[in-house]
Write a protein that binds this ligand. Sequence first.
Ligand code: BG6
Length: 513
Amino acid sequence: MSSDLPTHQGGDLTRTTVPRPCVLVILGAAGDLALRKLFPALYNLECDGLLPEPFTVVGFARRTIDDEAFRAIVLEGMQKHSRRAPEAAAWERFAKRIHYAEGSFEDAAAFAGLRNRIEAIEGESGIASERIFYLSIPPTSIVACVQGLAAAGLLAARHEGQAGARIIIEKPIGRDLAGAQAINDAVAREIHESRIFRIDHYLGKETVQNILVLRFANSIFEPLWNQKYIDHIQITVAEKEGVGTRAGYYEEAGALRDMVQNHILQVLCLVAMEPPWSLAPEVVRDHKMGVLNCLRPIRGGDVERNVIRAQYGVGKLGEKEVPGYRREDRVRPDSTTETFVAIRAFIDNWRWAGVPFYIRTGKSLPSRVSEVAIRFKEAPPVLFHAGVLRPIEPNVLVLRIQPDEGLALSIACKQPGGRVEIQRVEMDFQYDSAFQQSSPEAYERLLLDVMAGDATLFMRRDAVEASWSWVGGILDGWEGGGARWLPEYAAGSWGPVEADRLIAEDGRAWRVP
Ligand code: BG6
């Protein structure tokens, strides 16, 4: 198999992504992700006039229904989850693009049927469109599904000079390094790496993309972006929701696998990477790998010293009583799955030597907030800083990923008046008010990028495996810990006291977002 996408030269974050005519097949089209995120994202692209022409989406799922019935299901999902409520004319245009094919991932005949359906659609338009397969399916079905597509001839190039199909794979890819490698190996036997788009929806968020712009389109931050000026960095991804209806998956995953292995490490890479020499996908992805390669392993006895895991117990979120995790639907009453994790990590390279990266994520926390807080070193202890009784808080730059997307820089200022009283004030930039428009959903940008063949914002195999390798050291440490003792935190609190101690040991404290 050859690499047939121009990803080395083709992508560029600054370029307008130009999607090519395509047939997008969503496998698992009646599932939660498809109905909550994928169809609404496509509908919003329709409203913005960004879909290519022609564009068709084929839903593939087990249910025996026809196109019309499937469109009704999609519309219902859209009414609940789309950032724009469906509007008659746009919906009518969009609905015409939606088709349905029935089938199971284990059934070769179903894939042959799918091929016939796609060929019929392509025949009508008379255009050799791109084929994209979105595997919105349980991770255990990925390999069978890719093999089924390949056996039905759906992944191969159809015309001289044309690329084969692209596939989009959702996380989690495996539960550990060996599992991820097995999936990646099996998939690689059927389709070239350049046509595999491993999605991490955090990379599609406006504010996450803005990290690179902030760092490399301004001249004031980069000179300070290193161990000489930065005291430490905190990455927080807090969720207010508990496990909800996803216990079946979450019980086997836990916070470390669910959030750190992918989203948080990806954000960390963008914050910590060296300046890439170009914005081409492979260059950006190589530089992110540079961070993962320098992430100090946390293994054995280091796990207990640097990682806190915990589970939420009974508590209150506002006025709402929250049952403890173990009493949630489909959770084992003696579950030891962590719903919170806090980590002290280090990146052992010239730029970041000695700078701790404190990471925390959890469910049933007081608010939904994702942010990166960069805490600069204190000013020299002279002049305004000389009095020990009046410490001046150091500058903090906060990149708010969600909600209230934006950034804030705290600085010390003189309070008006005859005496020199110093106060911390915030320079605050908010996307909403600055640009007067709501940000597109992450999936809108990412789907468009796949249609254009731009892999910059997708995870390459080596990054997925390097992340698993790092997370695996922690998982092994927990396994080795025998009984897996697990602290509890009250739902609605900021996590267990052990997490506060982790950072307090270093003379620091978690920010209250
Ligand atoms: C998913 C996790 O990848 O990300 C979920 O599996 C989590 O557990 C979700 O709730 C968070 O995404 P967002 O975009 O709401 O921050």
